[in-house]
Design a protein around this ligand. Structure first.
Ligand SMILES: Cc1cc2nc3c(=O)[nH]c(=O)nc-3n(C[C@H](O)[C@H](O)[C@H](O)COP(=O)(O)OP(=O)(O)OC[C@H]3O[C@@H](n4cnc5c(N)ncnc54)[C@H](O)[C@@H]3O)c2cc1C
Length: 393
């Protein structure tokens, strides 16, 4: 994987240590019991990994987004749920960091995330709009004197809502605003209440602990990011989400491939036939599927890094860019479970069983969530409209 800066190495070494020593041994119990990966999060906090992407002037680690993406990959190889919690937290933190300039409140907030290793959850999905990120129903209501705002949002899915310190919430700008006139606000512990409305016993990504809640909050106006929502989405939330998610899905698929390879090596050990057995040839087919996934993930990150470095990040504001990162999401969310299913085909019953060293059931189930996390059909509909009007694709 490219784009790794020398300064990111120590961070990645610490992530790999946590992934190997903590996330991997607890992954099966996190999955079986649908419980929050608390051991992994404690270890990540101890390594100050929750503020790795925040600038060093605010007390963070100052590592690159490429290193955060690589960390999602490494965690995904050991525990998909830990990787998803880590990725979602860093999507919010990176978005706030990229749009905090000129906001003393947001800069102080980022310093607090670094000092206290605060965990930030995402509240975007809403009853009535589903996974449509471009619309909100719940409004932010500003009090008459303009000093405080309140909201109440019906959120059918909030990952680690009960474990998070703070929330990142999308809302309608005001009670009079259209549904597509949105803001995004940072809401701190003590400023919100959560009323749980559902349970969490899903097929995969069980450790993300993502039931529904009614969220009620009271904030000051400075807690809403001042940049236009469309700009925040295009420059940060949308591409970073798909880059970090695709890295962790690649991590899960890579571990499934590694297990299939270990199975084939064990099955052929001591056999001296000249020609590789059919199962080894099947592994080779699987490797080419994994290579496609890896190439898509790598090139998406490379293009984002390059576009982010340009003055004004203007490339990220184009329809071409929206199509680009939408397609990264669609391609990787479909390819990751395909690789995991291929790994199960290679391992056979040993991959199907939960209690075998070659088990890939968790991998397959975890990656099956990928196409739902902002439904691919919804993304195709956006793409279809853009394809009719975009100049370059
Ligand atoms: C593991 C996991 C963790 C999550 N964590 C969070 C979180 O922390 N915070 C959060 O806010 N959300 C979270 N979500 C929610 C997620 O990101 C999606 O927004 C949510 O799953 C969408 O709900 P839905 O399936 O009802 O989607 P909808 O988008 O409402 O879609 C419902 C159905 O309609 C179909 N559909 C929708 N639009 C179209 C269209 N235009 N054309 C054809 N078919 C269409 C879809 O394919 C789907 O079958 C999480 C989801 C998962 C799986």
């Amino acid at each position: 994987m490219s784009h790794e800066l020398d300064g990111d190495r120590a961070f990645l070494d610490s992530i790999i240590k946590v992934a190997d020593e903590i996330a991997r041994p607890h992954a099966d119990s996190v999955d079986r019991d649908a419980r929050f990966p608390s051991e992994s999060l404690a270890a990540l906090r101890a390594e100050r990994a929750l503020s790795a992407g925040i600038g060093s002037e605010l007390g963070g680690g100052g590592v690159s987004l490429s290193a955060i993406a690589r960390a999602c990959f490494e965690l995904g190889r050991r525990c998909g749920s830990t990787a998803m919690v880590f990725a979602m937290h860093h999507i919010q933190v990176a978005t706030i960091s990229r749009h905090a300039a000129d906001s003393p409140w947001l800069e102080q907030y980022l310093a607090a995330v670094a000092a206290d290793q605060r965990l930030v959850a995402s509240v975007t999905t809403e009853l009535g709009t589903g996974g449509d990120m471009g619309r909100s129903i719940a409004p932010l209501t500003t009090a008459g004197d303009g000093t405080s705002c309140t909201f109440e949002k019906q959120a059918p899915v909030i990952s680690y809502g009960a474990q998070a310190d703070d929330l990142f919430v999308t809302l309608r700008r005001s009670p009079d605003a259209e549904q597509n006139d949105q803001v995004v606000a940072v809401v701190q512990n003590g400023q919100f209440t959560l009323e749980q409305t559902g349970t969490w016993d899903p097929l995969g990504m069980r450790g993300t602990c993502s039931p529904g809640f009614v969220v009620r909050g009271q904030i000051v106006p400075e807690q809403a990011l001042s940049a236009p929502f469309a700009q925040i989405m295009a420059e940060s939330m949308h591409p970073i989400t798909h880059i970090l998610w695709s890295h962790l899905w690649l991590g899960i698929a890579t571990d499934a491939f590694d297990r299939a390879r270990a199975f084939v090596r064990a099955a052929t050990k001591g056999k001296s036939d000249d020609a590789p057995p059919p199962v080894a040839v099947r592994l080779s087919h699987l490797m080419s599927e994994l290579s496609l996934l890896r190439a898509a993930v790598d090139s998406g990150l490379a293009e984002f890094v390059e576009a982010s470095a340009q003055p004004g990040r203007e490339q990220l504001l184009t329809m071409t860019s929206t199509l680009r990162f939408n397609n990264l999401k669609i391609a990787t969310s479909e390819q990751a479970p395909r690789v995991c299913q291929g790994a199960m085909g290679v391992c056979g019953i040993m991959g199907f069983k939960n209690d075998s060293p070659f088990s890939v059931g968790r991998h397959l189930r975890d990656t099956m969530s990928a196409s739902l996390m902002i439904a691919n059909e919804r993304i195709h509909q956006t793409n279809a409209s853009l394809l009719l009007i975009a100049k370059d694709v």
